[in-house]
Design a protein around this ligand. Sequence first.
Ligand code: FAD
Length: 444
Amino acid sequence: MKKNIANWGNYPVVASDDQSFSWKEDLPGLLENRTHIIPRGNGRCYGDASLAQNTITCTKLEKVLSFDTTAGILDCEAGLTLDKILEIIVPKGWFLPVTPGTKFITIGGGVASDVHGKNHHVDGAISRHVVEMDIYTAKLGLVTCSREKYPDLFEATCGGMGLTGVITRVKFKLKKIETSYITQKQVKAKNLTDVLELFDQYAHYTYSVAWIDCLKKGKAFGRSILILGEHTKLDELKDKRKNDPLALPKKKQLTFPFNLPSWVLNTITVKLFNFLYYNKNTKRELNNIVSYEPFFYPLDAILHWNRGYGKKGFIQYQFVLPMERRDGLERILSEISKRGWGSFLAVLKVFGDQDDLISFPTKGYTLALDFPVRKGLFEFLDEMDKIVLECGGRLYLSKDARMKPETLRQGYDRFDEFVGILRQYDPEQKFRSIQSDRLQITTN
Ligand SMILES: Cc1cc2nc3c(=O)[nH]c(=O)nc-3n(C[C@H](O)[C@H](O)[C@H](O)COP(=O)(O)OP(=O)(O)OC[C@H]3O[C@@H](n4cnc5c(N)ncnc54)[C@H](O)[C@@H]3O)c2cc1C
């Protein structure tokens, strides 16, 4: 029976026959005689990437197969979520090599989006740390692939948005930690030039991210807080935390109870939020030690915060521009401030080199912005797309719900190679999503 499902942006909502499975042996039966299928993790992508007429939810496929606590290698089923992985690995002195801003994603969904964290300039995206994985493909059934075995399938799966088939198992390398804490530095930047200079100055930090107040005009245009971090060393812990250095954070979660009416988010409320956030630190620089949870996952503390954008949902617009095109950032931010269409969330990061053929991160600056769905938004974002492309940038498929096919083709220079590999492993285009049809990656 079909039911209405949506991803984190609550746009679009699609009627789907959603099936799930706990044993990989059940998968062939679920795929037989069905077309227009897309694998689905925890629905934490924002748009339509894991939506289709038929979806295969993988969250019950969540067994740990082995954990080498000496070498730091975890072998697990693809539906295991990062929050469960952290509970297993942190007490043993290991951490995720790369984590997005929420821990409520599956590892399979993470590889399919090739997710990045605040350390892309140092550690790359998640797929750089994958040793091997199993994928159920339309043509060959279950295939174990790595950078050596079926390298084309491996590469097209990293960031391939579920279109190569269902990932059932991921074996990946972890990062050694001495404590579960982060030594954090926050630096206030007066404007965009200041924050970009600060990113250069602190490029040696493993983790970096800036929150930007994108409504400010004039001299304070682009004022921000740069947040930097390193895993805390044991000898840096001074208080009672030293007795249990690998302690898991205590669970404290609020739930956003209902969809807010769409008028609640307007220029005045966003300006007020930005004012309070920017002025929460009175000093220019703040140094402290915090648990990994508020550092990596501040938004997870409020479950269902996406309801704050109202019933019509919202779009997260994330793009990357080459390092030398800082002017593109200025142009986009000034268009936003001119319109007064500020976003609560405006997050700036720096990326290192691109790893895989369709992976989003490529060397440069990436900015993510939230906009509630409303009249005129898509036309506005089409204009922003033009600036992104003119500057040699691209958009993130995992956040997308509205880009045009030509925007994708122009942004990703190895697009044709990607499609060639898809056709090789899925000649009849069994795996397809609302997104892949919209973007003409899959065609009739
Ligand atoms: C609050 C928040 C913060 C975020 N921060 C970041 C960030 O910092 N960096 C970043 O990169 N992303 C970020 N994201 C996006 C998120 O990490 C990705 O969208 C991730 O892919 C979601 O995984 P999921 O398990 O929920 O999968 P879904 O959202 O269900 O699916 C995502 C994609 O993966 C495919 N997929 C899922 N499971 C499988 C499988 N088993 N086999 C094959 N394909 C599969 C789907 O077909 C789809 O294309 C954030 C999202 C939220 C909500």
